[in-house]
Design a protein around this ligand. Structure first.
Ligand code: ADP
Ligand code: MG
Length: 253
């Protein structure tokens, strides 16, 4: 197996809380890997460690064979690894198209001058970025909403936009933190289908934290289970679902 992303011995505590302790994870190239666990298990903290939002107190993160443990998030993005947040981070006063066109600068750590003169956000964008935005809107079923203000989108549409923003960058690995949270059942199908196509047709590798077991079961192999900040088990969804230790982790207090 070729691990695109591999982390070992990751630990991070906040005050006395061991949010993540001695956690390891491997994401196989070409996989859609799921990450589940009860609330407070440390999933978001692990994502923050993997994406560079926070630094581990111990452990290493290797991406594409390179140690990236201390790299800033935008440097990871430049190497092809990108993430979304549990809470969407769109700019409400910009349109869907403008949000997409700004995404490369945002994620890659460049200056955001267009934000200070809104109408120029699109006007100054170059043709390649515009063309890419049009492609991405097609992939994400956002074309009819291109001129809608992000603030006016539904929760599910914001999630689609959040995922679409990652596609503006030439990335290989996408970390999704609860892409299904707040998404209505109809859009959930669109979201699931979109992730599947990005994997199957566009070669994207995913690591997905999600509470919706239907989405996990349909898309993810393997599924990794975290509890109390650390690794519990991993495997195919049907095995994980029936594993007494997993059931106990969810039920236990
Ligand atoms: P999950 O995403 O699995 O629900 P989190 O990673 O958000 O879990 O949280 C794991 C634990 O770490 C929780 O007990 C949480 O309260 C704690 N925690 C996370 N981030 C912080 C922080 N910045 N400061 C203090 N405690 C935190
Ligand atoms: Mg979380």
């Amino acid at each position: 197996m070729t691990a695109l992303l591999s982390a070992k011995g990751l630990s991070r505590s906040f005050g006395g809380v061991h949010a993540v302790r001695d956690m390891g994870v491997e994401v196989r190239e070409g996989s859609i890997t799921g990450l589940i666990g009860p609330n407070g298990a440390g999933k978001s903290t692990l994502f923050n460690l993997l994406s560079g939002v926070i630094r581990p107190q111990s452990g290493t993160v290797v991406y594409n064979g390179e140690d990236i443990t201390t790299l800033a998030p935008f440097r990871r993005a430049r190497r092809g690894m990108i993430r979304t947040f549990q809470l969407s981070r769109e700019f409400g006063r910009l349109t869907v198209l403008e949000n997409l066109m700004l995404s490369p600068q945002m994620q890659l750590g460049e200056r955001l001058w267009p934000l200070f003169s809104r109408p120029s956000a699109v006007a100054r964008g170059d043709a390649a970025v515009y063309g890419r935005a049009e492609e991405v809107m097609e992939i994400a079923a956002l074309t009819p909403l291109r001129d809608a203000y992000a603030a006016d989108l539904s929760g599910g549409q914001k999630k689609l936009l959040e995922l679409a923003r990652t596609l503006m960058i030439d990335c290989d690995l996408i970390l999704l933190d609860e892409p299904g949270a707040g998404v209505n059942p109809a859009l959930m199908g669109t979201l699931t289908e979109m992730i599947h196509r990005l994997n199957a047709d566009h070669g994207k590798t995913f690591l997905i934290v999600e509470h919706d077991m239907d989405l996990i079961g349909r898309l993810c192999n393997p599924v990794i289970v975290m509890t109390e900040g650390t690794f519990l088990t991993q495997g195919v969804f049907d095995t994980i679902r029936d594993d007494p230790r997993v059931i106990e982790a969810y039920l236990g207090g």
